[in-house]
Write a protein that binds this ligand. Structure first.
Ligand SMILES: [Fe+2]
Ligand SMILES: [Fe+2]
Length: 166
């Protein structure tokens, strides 16, 4: 049986695969939640529950904005060299989702088709390319973030280094 896309089986079962994991906990948690929200949309759409689809699309869109804002802030604070491209990719996906939502209202089936393509693009393209690269950069930068402390014990100066994890 052909899969509708690589995340879901035809029956709508969530197939969160390790290839989408970035190793950065906050990002992975947010991606998983986005995945659950888009799975809800797909499920409801396949059952023809239009009103609920619109409602869940709102949830998806607002959470997507939150998630992109989180990554944008992270990139800025780390002076990530690919910030501009990644930021623009976020903006473009948000516009596509908005366009899909508007189409759902005027031409339901066509709108769902558009959104399905955007979801696939988000997972197959964005998560696997842009977000993996950002996460790699973040993982590499983590060990360089530390604070040094010292104290005196038994007349000796003791230094210690505290690694900062986010
Ligand atoms: Fe991203
Ligand atoms: Fe992301």
């Amino acid at each position: 049986m052909k899969e509708r896309n690589s995340l879901y089986k035809d029956e709508g079962e969530i197939m969160w695969k390790s290839k989408y994991l970035t190793g950065i906990k906050f990002i992975d948690d947010q991606h998983k939640h986005l995945n659950e929200l888009s799975a809800d949309v797909r499920q409801l759409a396949s059952e023809g529950r239009k009103d609920e689809v619109l409602n869940r699309l709102d949830n998806f869109f607002y959470y997507l904005m939150f998630h992109f804002e989180y990554e944008n802030k992270l990139m800025q604070s780390r002076e990530y060299p690919m910030y501009y491209d990644h930021y623009m990719a976020h903006s473009s996906i948000l516009s596509e989702v908005l366009d899909g939502m508007e189409t759902v209202i005027s031409h339901y089936e066509h709108g769902i088709e558009k959104l399905t393509k955007t979801f696939d693009k988000l997972y197959e393209n964005h998560l696997k390319a842009f977000d993996q690269d950002l996460s790699k950069f973040e993982r590499q930068s983590l060990p360089q973030k530390f604070e040094d402390y010292y104290h005196v014990a038994n007349g000796q100066l003791i230094f210690f280094r505290k690694w900062i994890h986010y």
